[in-house]
Design a protein around this ligand. Structure first.
Ligand SMILES: *Cc1c(COP(=O)(O)O)cnc(C)c1O
Length: 410
């Protein structure tokens, strides 16, 4: 089920200090999650979670994750610059862009990041934009399922990401001739999956490929990157994945494929799983409209959280102070965009809402604020950290019209 661990009083106190709408992040939850992931993979020497910056690119949150032993997975110049500003460098950064401006390689190399190549043509681009490092990562796309019973992700062929395994022979040999000595393999074949066998199967696939190409090329095989895609329960009837079990199952596959060999590091690049449950969009009931349906207007809109509008995603909603009241009223919960898909919930049973009530939209801590936009001149909200000491700290102010005007030429 969704994360209900933060009491209503926390949202109410925050809402009395900061104008709604805003995002609230629970530091304790994020730290506990990071520790659990470290524990799940502690058996693998050199394990590292490179948090996917795109999921929640706030420096205060990234610093917390770095303190907990994580690195950062960056995919653009701006994300690299955020990492640089908070002192994250070298192999604590994974750079995984695709189809990006070539100069971004130069910056990533200057920072010492591990470069994850998305295409064989990137070899020349890299050579001409900073040079070829000794260690390289290759992003793979298996084309078909990696899995006999096909329980995970349908059509990798349709995805824009990664090399075909058949390109590795030529590509790795070329990289070797240009000075590469060590390599790792990466793949991301799922999104928001709560299937416990996804990581183990991916581990098996990547290890087998790596061993094969190590043997063929003489390069040394150093790591696999299981990337992101691990899911969280958004709906009340959904079960959370047990990451400790996943870690144990990955260990099993690792031993089955490698036997006694234990010098291949495991990396991950989770975003959603790390912070998703620990972020909340806090908004206020502003408007009630009774026409063909009952529309409850709130002061947040899809510009603050676009997942329901673009993916039809479910986000659980609670009404502060009414958690135990019967959910006996049917609402569409809407924002103020002139866009009919601007609805946080459609046909949702909630306790009867009074104007001024604080509503909490759960599990918005990843791909939430980060996907925000400014359509209709609706601006991005503030972000507030609920600290482990129980204080509230503004970690990003709300945008103001001046921010919107800053890029315009009048
Ligand atoms: C988006 C992304 C992730 C994180 O995905 P989640 O679904 O948030 O875990 C990790 N790695 C890469 C390369 C990505 O593009």
């Amino acid at each position: 089920m969704p994360n209900f661990s933060v009491p209503d009083s926390v949202f109410e106190q925050a809402a009395s200090a900061y104008p709604t709408p805003f995002y609230l992040y629970d530091e304790t939850g994020i730290r506990q999650r990071a520790r659990k992931v470290q524990k799940a993979f502690a058996w693998n020497e050199g394990f590292k979670e490179y948090f996917a910056v795109k999921a929640l690119p706030n420096p205060s949150i990234l610093k917390i994750l770095i303190e907990e032993g994580c690195g950062l997975d960056c995919s653009s110049e701006t994300e690299l610059l955020i990492a640089e500003k908070i002192g994250c460098r070298g192999s604590d950064i994974m750079f995984s862009a695709n189809a990006m401006p070539p100069e971004e390689f130069t910056l990533a190399l200057q920072m010492g990041a591990i470069i994850n190549l998305d295409d064989i043509s990137d070899i020349d681009t890299l050579k001409n934009n900073g040079g070829i490092p000794e260690k390289i990562s290759i992003r793979l796309n298996p084309g078909g399922s990696i899995d006999e019973d096909a329980t995970i992700m349908g059509e990798p062929k349709e995805a824009k990401f990664g090399w075909m395994p058949s390109q590795l022979k030529v590509g790795l040999s070329k990289l070797k001739s240009l000075g590469v000595k060590r390599f790792g393999l990466h793949a991301m074949l799922a999104s928001n999956t709560r299937l416990g066998d996804y990581y183990p199967k991916l581990c098996r696939f990547l290890l087998k490929e790596g061993l094969k190409w190590e043997e063929e090329t003489g390069l040394s095989f150093e790591f696999i990157n299981l990337s992101g895609g691990i899911g969280i329960p958004y709906r009340p009837n959904e079960r959370a994945l047990n990451i400790l079990d996943v870690g144990a199952m990955v260990r099993n596959e690792y031993k089955k494929v490698l036997g006694k060999r234990n010098n291949i590091r495991i990396y991950s690049e989770m975003g959603r799983y790390m912070t998703g449950p620990f972020g909340f969009l806090v908004t206020c009931a502003m408007h009630l409209k009774e026409t063909y349906k009952t529309f409850l207007g709130v002061d947040a809109c899809a510009a603050n959280l676009m997942r329901p509008a673009i993916y039809g995603s479910y986000h659980h909603i609670t009404v502060c102070g009414k958690r135990n009241a019967p959910a006996d009223t049917l609402y569409d919960v809407t924002g103020a965009l002139c866009e009919n898909n601007d609805k946080f919930a459609i046909n949702r049973m909630l306790p009867k809402v009074d104007m001024g009530d604080i509503l909490v939209i759960h599990d918005a801590g990843a791909h939430g604020h980060a996907m925000g936009y400014q359509y209709n001149g609706r601006l991005r909200s503030a972000e507030v950290l609920y600290t482990k000491e129980g204080d509230y700290r503004l970690i990003r102010r709300a945008e103001m019209p001046e921010d919107y005007f800053a890029t315009l030429v009048f």
